[in-house]
Design a protein around this ligand. Structure first.
Ligand SMILES: [Zn+2]
Length: 71
């Protein structure tokens, strides 16, 4: 009855929870909306849905950073 499929080291670095939320922060202050600028000046924040621990990433896709966050 025991399922041991889960990798024990994946999950939030602090509490091992595996549910995350992703927010995006843009640091573009001006009125320009060039895609390259937005791409280069935006950060994504992955937060643990359980304890709120967050990490900030730059220039990566949401899927990548969730993988990195969960380890
Ligand atoms: Zn956590």
């Amino acid at each position: 009855m025991s399922s041991t499929d889960e990798r024990e080291q994946s999950g939030c670095p602090k509490c091992s929870h595996t549910e995350t939320t992703v927010d995006e922060i843009s640091t573009t202050g001006g009125g320009l909306s060039k895609m390259f600028d937005i791409q280069n000046r935006s950060f994504k924040v992955v937060s643990c849905a359980n304890c709120g621990y967050s990490e900030l990433y730059k220039g990566r896709s949401s899927g990548d950073i969730v993988d990195i966050f969960l380890g």
